[in-house]
Design a protein around this ligand. Structure first.
Ligand SMILES: Cc1cc2nc3c(=O)[nH]c(=O)nc-3n(C[C@H](O)[C@H](O)[C@H](O)COP(=O)(O)OP(=O)(O)OC[C@H]3O[C@@H](n4cnc5c(N)ncnc54)[C@H](O)[C@@H]3O)c2cc1C
Length: 298
């Protein structure tokens, strides 16, 4: 039986062939995936991964694609998008969250259920799975601050890794190397003192984000900060705001953001990234390191 037929037999979820990935990339660029599926359950996710492995079809599990630059040549395998795998519940003071939940839904769940902690992260357009892989952070708060453990899939079996096994750092976790699908994330949050305080914090950080970051299509910060420099600051100092390649340009509001216009290509974004790196190397002898991830061939 061929791969597509076996997928259709064993999962209820629709599998697409030659699927356009633009809406799975923050920059709204990119080519087609050979196959594409949005499983609605963990069981389906597991089946799809097993069948991909058996049929030697490479796979890439993604969330909302807000940290991915997807190649104009697309992805020669199956893209498995988790954003329809939903569910958040409370269990003995723990919050158990499916990887496909939006981070905003988790923050809202906490607000409504007497927990707090992630208010600083409001406005990050991530799924919880993507946020955990990247250890998403903002205003000195990281998602890993409240993680107890993560449930992954390894060789068809559940694997639970505790926080100390996950080696979290600045926009870093061991999950970036392991590349195992995350099923659920187990959090332990502090209790709210007053709901209004959490609400006010969310409002405060939303306004801050709104004032400092550009609107429009982007993947947030392109380059990592280090102890010796802030990428946005040195790009600004180099006079690169508004630098443009095709329909991609360095934001005039925040120099570590590249924003795209209608009709942009991944190649526009990629070329602009290389140009920024070259200019920063020439001017400051600094090697900028990408925070965004490339998917497919460049
Ligand atoms: C406007 C804007 C603002 C942003 N602000 C911030 C910010 O303040 N702080 C910050 O840290 N980031 C920020 N980002 C970047 C981005 O949102 C984060 O990196 C986020 O964590 C990515 O989540 P995602 O669901 O989109 O993951 P994706 O981009 O889809 O994937 C990211 C990585 O996670 C992996 N992955 C995703 N889901 C799973 C899963 N279930 N199992 C296994 N692997 C998985 C993917 O394979 C990939 O390697 C911003 C982006 C935008 C567009």
């Amino acid at each position: 039986m061929d791969f597509l037929k076996s997928l259709e037999n064993f999962t209820k979820d629709k599998v697409y062939e030659n699927y356009c990935l633009k809406s799975n990339c923050g920059y709204v660029v990119g080519g087609n995936a050979k196959y594409y599926v949005e499983p609605t359950t963990v069981v389906s996710l597991r089946t799809i991964i097993e069948l991909s492995t058996v049929n030697q079809v490479k796979y890439k599990v993604i969330g909302n694609g807000t940290n991915l630059l997807i190649s104009d040549n697309g992805y020669d395998g199956i893209v498995i998008c988790t954003r329809r795998i939903k569910g958040i519940k409370e269990n003995n003071g723990k919050v158990v969250c499916s990887s496909g939940e939006n981070l905003s839904s988790l923050i809202n769940f906490c607000l409504e259920n007497g927990y707090c902690g992630l208010e600083q992260l409001c406005g990050i357009p991530a799924t919880v799975g993507g946020a955990v892989v990247m250890n998403a952070s903002a205003y000195k708060k990281c998602i890993s601050d409240y993680i107890e453990s993560v449930d992954l899939l390894r060789n068809g079996k559940l694997l639970r890794l505790d926080k100390h096994d996950l080696c979290f750092g600045y926009r870093k976790s061991i999950l970036q190397q392991l590349k195992l699908p995350i099923l659920t994330v187990n959090f332990r949050f502090p209790k709210q003192r007053k709901k209004i305080e959490s609400k006010e914090l969310i409002k405060y950080y939303s306004v801050l984000r709104h004032d400092n970051q550009p609107k429009g299509k982007s993947c947030g910060s392109v380059f990592r900060n280090t102890n010796s420099y802030k990428a946005g600051y040195i790009i600004d100092q180099a006079g690169l705001k508004d630098l443009r390649v095709g329909k991609a340009k360095v934001s005039s509001k925040h120099a570590n953001f590249i924003v795209t216009e209608d009709g942009a290509t991944a190649s526009d974004v990629y070329t602009l990234i290389k140009l920024i790196k070259t200019k920063i190397k020439e001017q400051f002898n600094v090697e900028l390191i990408e925070e965004i991830e490339y998917v497919g061939e460049f």
